[in-house]
Ligand binder design. Structure first.
Ligand code: NAP
Length: 245
């Protein structure tokens, strides 16, 4: 039986994780904590894995506490850049028994979309990302878009591709999106959306569009449960659910 605690348990994602853990016969929910609850109560509680779906502002201090207290962590909270990942790696190195999974996206389809986009990136002159989310999301671009853009940038570099063609000389600020690595990323926020992403490629005489749609937060749960099951048997930082698939 895997003992699980959830941080951000009253949030949109955290509440789904609580339900999914309770419904899983191999897991037991030890604690469902939200803003204002002390993490100290997890010490000595027998918790094997803590799941964090809080906010980009809160997650770093949560990780500092959890890793230093020997708890494995599955992180869905977004907003990680290279500098933050380096801090987590350092914390893990000082606590080698701990496993940490940081996954920008737990939807199996989104993980595959990132893999297909990485593969396609080496073959096309042009590539841009449009990510679309509900208007209550606090960070832009999304963690998924940033991760996809970074993977695509690396793939373009390995393939030796030239910079993308773009004749723009005058534009309104933001009109061409934000660059993540070499890839322009455009963020849309609108009521009614959940989490969606299009990766558009262009080459001579053809385009390719890869699109993923999360239409319900339930779609993230199989990936979260997979992460919980796997993270207890690894040590150090794992970045991306693809490493567990
Ligand atoms: P949300 O509804 O705002 O939930 C966040 C919850 O965390 C809120 O209840 C918030 O409380 C609470 N919280 C804030 N600081 C905390 C702390 N220090 N300790 C414990 N709880 C704290 O947001 P969401 O839509 O669930 O998204 C949460 C995160 O997951 C975001 O970063 C989002 O981008 C990410 N996300 C990731 C995936 C993925 O697949 N990896 C999928 C969807 C979303 P208050 O409301 O009182 O501040």
């Amino acid at each position: 039986m895997i003992n699980v605690a959830v941080l951000g348990a009253q949030g949109r994602m955290g509440a789904q994780v609580v339900k999914s853990v309770e419904a899983d016969s191999g897991m037991s929910l030890i604690a469902a904590l939200d803003l204002g609850d002390s993490l100290e109560q997890l010490i000595g509680s027998g918790t094997h894995v803590v799941v964090d779906f809080t906010t980009p502002d809160a997650v770093m201090s949560n990780l500092d506490f959890l890793i230093n207290n020997g708890m494995n962590v599955v992180v869905g909270t977004t907003g990680f850049d290279d500098a933050k990942l380096a801090i987590i790696k350092k914390l893990c190195a000082a606590n080698p028994s701990v496993g940490v999974l940081i996954a920008p996206n737990f939807a199996i389809g989104a993980v595959l979309m990132m893999e297909f986009a990485t593969k396609a990136a080496q073959y096309f002159e042009s590539a841009e990302i449009i990510e679309l989310h509900h208007p209550d999301k606090v960070d832009a671009p999304s963690g998924t878009a940033s991760r996809t853009a970074q993977l695509m940038t690396d793939a373009r570099k390995s393939a030796g591709l030239a910079p993308m063609p773009d004749a723009t000389t005058t534009s309104l600020e933001g009109a061409r999106g934000s660059l993540v690595g070499d890839i322009p990323v455009h963020s849309v926020r609108a009521r009614g959306l959940v989490a969606h992403q299009e990766v558009i490629f262009g080459g001579l005489g053809e385009t390719l569009t890869i699109r993923h749609d999360s239409i319900d937060r339930a779609g993230f749960m199989p990936g979260v449960l997979l992460g919980i099951r796997k993270v207890i048997s690894v040590s150090g930082l794992t970045h991306g659910l693809d490493k567990f698939m």
